[in-house]
Design a protein around this ligand. Structure first.
Ligand SMILES: Cc1cc2nc3c(=O)[nH]c(=O)nc-3n(C[C@H](O)[C@H](O)[C@H](O)COP(=O)(O)O)c2cc1C
Length: 202
């Protein structure tokens, strides 16, 4: 998007609505199970991915790929102060939001009601539109082993990080998951709820 506000707005207005409501997926700059999350997005296909500024850098660090998604995945980057793309939530483009992986930073802001980035805005607006939200929070236990781009590291989330995850669990319509397997199950369950019921034979 250009720096002129009218251009940013026009570019957003020019975006086509999806054929049917989609999954919105917010990617943060947490590297925890980052590649596994990219894999799920690729398999799902019809997803709009909202990418934080940090996530845009982290994608490159983990993949070295300038085009890490197939064409049917729409990528929305954090380029406006007003998070202009969140208007899409009010147009009914999405049925569910997934935030995965969720950094300590984004979780902390979300639980305080701060929405000053694309991803924290997406979380806030999805909540205000009463959409179900699934968050893969990385800070769920006092120690975990995670993959940095070039090595395996041990991480010790602080009390503040663990507290923030607990606070997130109390948000309306919000499911916090702790593993990639749980994330996959939660997404599959939600997509299953949306599938049209089979037609009965007359
Ligand atoms: C390679 C790499 C891995 C990272 N992994 C994590 C992580 O596992 N958890 C975390 O909270 N932050 C992690 N960070 C730091 C976040 O990217 C940083 O806090 C950033 O400000 C988050 O911004 P966002 O929440 O807007 O995406 C990582 C950074 C890098 C460069």
């Amino acid at each position: 998007m250009s720096e002129r506000p009218e251009d940013a707005f026009a570019a957003e207005e020019a975006e086509d609505a999806p054929r049917r409501p989609r999954l919105a997926w917010a990617l943060t700059g947490s590297g925890h199970d980052f590649l596994a999350c990219l894999d799920i997005i690729r398999r799902l296909g019809e997803v709009d991915v909202f990418v934080s500024k940090a996530a845009a850098e982290v994608i490159w660090m983990y993949t070295r790929d300038r085009r890490p998604f197939p064409p049917e995945v729409r990528v929305i980057r954090d380029t406006t102060a007003s998070a202009a793309p969140v208007g899409r939530f009010y147009k009914g483009w999405y049925h569910t939001l997934v935030v995965a992986p969720a950094s300590s930073n984004t979780v902390a802001k979300c639980v305080l009601g701060i929405s000053d980035t694309l991803v924290t805005n997406v979380f806030a607006q999805a909540g205000k539109c009463r959409l179900p939200i699934i968050v893969y929070a990385c800070d769920t236990k006092p120690v975990h082993v995670t993959a940095a781009p070039d090595r395996t590291v041990t991480v010790y989330p602080r009390a503040v990080d663990l507290d923030n995850t607990e606070r997130l669990r109390r948000f309306e319509r919000t499911t916090v998951v702790e593993t990639v397997e749980e994330l996959e199950r939660a997404v599959a369950r939600r997509l299953g709820e949306l599938e049209p019921a089979p037609q009965r034979e007359a």
